[in-house]
Design a protein around this ligand. Structure first.
Ligand code: GLN
Ligand code: ZN
Length: 766
């Protein structure tokens, strides 16, 4: 049996790549030094994988920024706007970084390529841009150079990784009308043939082509593109074996298509979709090798060997050991690097975990167990069993509460129109009430305060005093400019998920568990390891303090259960919806505590509800069902006079609008300004019944919008939705902005609301 890996984290165990890139961008180090850091990371990664005894080891999985961008450069899909850089004789890497980050120097001002999430991960890639006359040709040497370096260390084990041609096209975007990008496959395939043949000539025996789209819903044309692409490639490449890698979903209706592609091996994700194994084995032709992804590449838990061995032996029974390859489910890019660096974790819990480096070892051990090493299996069984029965994980009271969920736990007591009446009487707000989404600028001062407190340079008392002062200042200022519903500013929070995770039971935090989010940006998600409960109030102290400083309504500010789930490493020993329900009850209890403390308006942010949407359409209804229910749990049992807000920062609602409505928040604030209120069409079409605050300005840029601009957006909103239901607010929180632009923009926003009150009738009957 062979073993392989599909990709390894490239940020470096101490985030060396991040630091080197940022220094390079700041002009503090030169190209040579940057390249040295990169070379060192690559070599270390290869050595680690070699030492782990893997048979096929990825190369070209390194990237200075993003591997899809690397592909665009390799294939010569370089948008026209960068040609001035080429003609100026800029270094290739500067062109590359300009595509990733934009270029504002030397009298040039070129925008970056668009960035979006890679399938359902939190990793962002740069979206390839295509034109109708798009041409492709080999335009960059990085892939070949990296293979030749890898070969020196890995010999014939070095396996270059490319994004496959169909997934590359599907992950991109048409930049002009009149063509479909999938039709570019005919022009693209010959370049792939050249690349593969060049790698083959240089000695590559295996080449991995990542085709995650093969596990998604495909149109007939897209399926034909797969057949066309691989038939042509197979017919024209010589002496190399091709491995097509799928992940994040099961093949389902694409199974026959996938197993019949004329390649030598197919990789399937048996963590996300173990059930696909049977169908794949039923349809697999006699020659195809199967790489079984049994180790979770996207989580932090030790593999359950017994379970994996069950899957492996099923495959071996049908295919024999020669045709089965053991692998992680996907590239390890999405998991933290090395558990050995976590020296302060609770040793019992640590014993249940595995990061990228440990996962390599798991691949090897599974093979050894398959060959008869029973000690390894016994050791693993012990760890799995200790987790299964640990009181750190399992809290009967939490489980009992979830088991006893009733209808009453998932709804407000009365319907929205009744609540609206009562809330209007209570708050007596003007029409077009103004508010913000929660956070105010996290200045260097605030961040330093937190850092000094963490280091022990400040006492808790000193720290809290300073945060109190920042909060008071923000409140005074909101009063001065005339906002209607105030916020406390979230100065006490480092991050909207971490802040809650730190106070809930069942969460832990690593010291070095970084994963790449985009470019040099890394995140360190909390780990949910046990049943979640809320030992004490989490936000009441700050909300109460803030409310006491003013006579205006003060919004309480919470993060919703799906967002907390989505931005954490989650348990793999129970379904996601169960974990979400546990978090939902914790947030629910916090809502009631805020209400009891006199907070009349409470916002529960669900920034990530859409990003949790399953990749396959058939799985979406179930997800939306439990995600919406979790939100409803947080707001259930609340008095009619308490107003529940939610906030979401994305702009595609069309396909999920009925579920958004089913959340039944009294007020929802959303991102709309960049789309010029276009997305309100979905709300209008659906006749969205509750109150809504379409963001009137984009907080992602320092630009200060004018009053008229925002008034006209409000008029547009009022032409689509009942004006009496409209709120006035920015697109999202203001945490990343600076004070001067924030002040100017919010002053204009308040002025726009005042204009709207004069100019736009709220009597309309839309
Ligand atoms: N309340 C949060 C804030 O204002 C919401 C952030 C978000 O939606 N991402 O920062
Ligand atoms: Zn937001």
């Amino acid at each position: 049996m062979l073993t392989q890996n599909l990709g390894y984290p490239r940020i470096g165990s101490q985030r060396q790549l991040k630091k080197a890139c940022e220094q390079y961008w700041a002009g503090k180090i030169g190209l040579e030094e940057l390249n040295q850091v990169a070379q060192k990371i690559k070599k270390e990664n290869w050595q680690i994988q070699l030492d782990a005894g893997l048979d096929l080891i990825p190369c070209n999985d390194f990237s200075f920024y993003d591997q899809t961008l690397d592909m665009s450069l390799l294939l010569g899909a370089i948008p026209q706007r960068y040609s001035s850089l080429l003609s100026k004789g800029k270094d290739e890497l500067d062109l590359y970084f300009a595509m990733a980050r934009g270029y504002q120097k030397d009298g040039l001002d070129i925008t970056a390529m668009e960035m979006t999430k890679w399938l359902d991960t939190n990793y962002h890639y740069l979206v390839p841009e295509f034109t109708a006359g798009q041409e492709f040709r080999i335009s960059n040497e990085k892939t070949f150079a990296e293979y030749s370096d890898a070969r020196q260390i890995l010999g014939h084990k070095a396996k270059p990784v490319l994004v496959g041609p169909v997934s590359y096209l599907l992950s991109g975007k048409e930049k002009e009308e009149g063509f479909e990008r999938i039709d570019l496959i005919k022009k693209l395939v010959p370049v792939y043939v050249d690349i593969i043949n060049r790698l083959g000539d240089a000695g590559a025996e295996w080449i991995q082509l990542d085709e995650p789209y093969l596990a998604l819903d495909l149109s007939k044309k897209e399926k034909e593109a797969f057949e066309f692409a691989y038939n042509s490639i197979a017919g024209q490449v010589k002496g190399v074996e091709l491995l097509v890698a799928t992940y994040f979903e099961g093949l389902l209706d694409n199974t026959a298509l996938a197993v019949n592609l004329p390649v030598q091996a197919l990789h399937i994700d048996l963590v996300r979709a173990p059930e696909q194994l049977e169908e794949v084995l039923a349809l697999i032709p006699d020659t195809l090798q199967l790489s079984v992804g049994v180790i979770d590449g996207r989580n932090v838990w030790k593999n359950d060997y017994e379970k994996s061995l069950g899957l492996i032996s099923k495959a071996v029974e049908k295919l024999g050991t020669d045709r089965v390859v053991i692998a992680p489910s996907c590239s390890l890019l999405h998991s933290p690097i090395d558990l050995d660096l976590e020296t302060t974790l609770d040793p019992e819990i640590r014993n249940w975990m595995a990061f990228a480096r440990q996962k390599l070892n798991e691949v090897r051990e599974l093979k050894l167990i398959g060959e008869g090493n029973h000690d390894l299996l016994e050791a693993n069984k012990k760890a799995i069993e200790s987790r299964r029965s640990s009181q750190k994980v399992h809290k009967q009271a939490v489980k009992d509460r979830i088991a006893a969920i009733t209808e009453a736990d998932t709804s407000r007591t009365t319907a929205f129109p009744v609540r609206q009446q009562i809330q209007r009487g209570r708050f007596n707000l003007p029409s077009f009430p103004t508010t913000t989404i929660g956070s105010f600028p996290q200045t260097d001062d605030i961040r330093q305060l937190r850092a000094r407190f963490k280091k022990g340079d400040l006492t808790a008392e000193q720290y809290e005093k300073s945060i109190e002062q920042a909060t008071i200042d923000a409140i005074r200022w909101q009063e001065e400019i005339g906002l209607d519903v105030l916020v406390h500013g979230e100065f006490e929070r480092n991050d909207m998920v971490e802040y809650f995770g730190e106070q809930l039971e069942g969460f832990l935090f690593t010291k070095n568990g970084w994963v790449q989010s985009y470019g040099s940006r890394c995140v360190k998600p909390p780990v949910i390891y046990g049943d979640v409960s809320r030992p004490k109030d989490m936000t009441v102290r700050w909300s109460k303090f803030a409310a006491a400083q003013t006579d205006q309504p003060m919004k309480g500010m919470l993060t919703g259960p799906v967002t907390i789930l989505q931005w954490s490493f989650v348990r793999d020993d129970q379904p996601r919806d169960v974990t979400t329900n546990q978090i939902a009850f914790a947030i629910h209890d916090e809502v009631l505590a805020l209400e009891a403390a006199g907070i009349g308006i409470i916002q529960i942010d669900e920034a990530a509800i859409r990003e949790g949407l399953p990749l396959r359409k058939s799985k979406r209804p179930h997800y939306l069902d439990w995600a919406v229910r979790a939100f409803r749990i947080t707001a259930s049992g609340v008095q009619d006079r308490t107003q529940i807000h939610t906030h979401m920062c994305y702009s595609e609602f069309n396909d999920i609008i009925e579920h958004i409505a089913a959340m039944d928040a009294d007020v929802i604030t959303i991102e709309t300004s960049r789309s010029q209120m276009e997305l309100l069409q979905a709300f209008a079409h659906f006749e969205y019944p509750n109150e809504i605050g379409p963001g009137v300005y984009d907080i992602h840029s320092p630009r200060v919008p004018g009053t008229e601009e925002m008034t006209s957006l409000l008029a547009k909103a009022a032409s689509l939705l009942p004006a009496r239901n409209l709120w006035v607010n920015p697109d999202c929180g203001l945490k990343t902005r600076k004070w001067p632009e924030t002040k100017a923009a919010l002053e204009n926003m308040v002025a726009a609301a005042r204009q709207a009150r004069e100019q736009i009738s709220t009597e309309s009957t839309i």
